[in-house]
Design a binder for this molecule. Sequence first.
Ligand code: UD1
Length: 427
Amino acid sequence: MDRIIITGGKPLKGRIPISGAKNAALTLLPCALLTDEPLTLRNLPRLADVDGFGHLLNQLGVSITVEGSKPDEFGRVMTLRASNIASTVAPYDIVRKMRASILVLGPLVARAGEATVSLPGGCAIGMRPVDLHLKALEALGAELEIAAGYVKAKAPPGGLRGGEIRFPIVSVGATENALMAAVLAKGTTVIENAAREPEITDLAKCLIAMGAKIDGLRTDTLTIEGVDELHGATYAVMPDRIEAGSYACAAMITGGSLELVGARKETMPSIFSGLQDAGAIIEDTASGIRVSADGGIKPLSLATAPFPAFPTDMQAQFMAMLSLANGTSLLTETIFENRYMHVPELNRMGADIEVRGRSAVVRGVEKLHGAPVMATDLRASMSLVLAGLAAEGQTEVNRVYHLDRGYERLEEKLQAVGADIERAGAG
Ligand code: UD1
């Protein structure tokens, strides 16, 4: 299994191109199931999860052509066409590797009238149930049956019908499934307490480009007027705010300055205010945003919460950065119950972090030192890369496949701004 080897201590300087957003890509891809015309997605990141989703869609009968995949180019263009739905089953083998597979549920029931999707089960960061996805479909008239680890959903005769969905807690995935199902339902659907993450807005904009009628973009109430059919469209995936935020932390933790090319400030308000509070200088540039360290890192008190508050997907990277702050920080995780798996690994590199229930007390240390480390999830792996970039000596990050799920050509992008980082085969 590959490893990433980093020799830390070099301030990173230069430009990093920000790729298309993984989490937007994973909800735009299943939109192809909603029409028999071609959906062309531009700026798709080259990531293992995008390939995995393509594989699942293939099994459901979607044909996919890929352009712009020259090895020296970032991003890809994919044209997906579901002329016919060949299968309505998302099998366990695929779903267990990629939780986002649950996002085929809404589109399949809406277009084909039925779907059988393996239940994803828990994962490294928490239980992650899908009850809200299922309740949303029921509100649109679907009948559900759960047996042998699968959910089988069937639309009523005549297809899904509009309904009222009020989510008790904010869920990104459940909002996406509800939205993708409602666009083809008969009549009006209102989704209350909808997630407002920029990826939801990206999804709504793509669906509108395909002929859907959706009001309330960027708010927590989405109103959808169902249409009889959707048509093809071309849509460019938004830039990845979590990738951009991660590289902003790389600038700060190494005392450097990075221009995040293509990053969109309005999609990352709390990430930038957190960076600013930590002492970063943030400037708009012609092609993106520059984040520069200005001396030390100041401690912060932050809690994760749904957008526009601070994202759970940035918690681990901020923790790595704050492990070198001049003082004690307090991070509180309110979204997932077990998202501190990086703490013992960061502590092995010399950090001083103590988990107290849902919070972590991060006492800033003078320096980190390199060590062999491993992580259990994507963002935790990135926090170890960040720590390695700042640490004295060599860090070896194992289980690189986590990083390959979410960071397009990580080593290449970091090498280009002066990092000493390389991928090596099994040690
Ligand atoms: C998405 C993102 C993930 C991010 C998360 C929160 C994708 C592919 N993944 O995940 O990177 O960390 O949003 O911003 O876009 N919940 C329920 N029942 C449900 C659904 C969710 O109880 O049916 C709970 C979850 O366990 C969690 C909370 O709701 O505690 C929020 O999860 P949710 O927003 O649904 O996360 P995902 O869509 O899985």
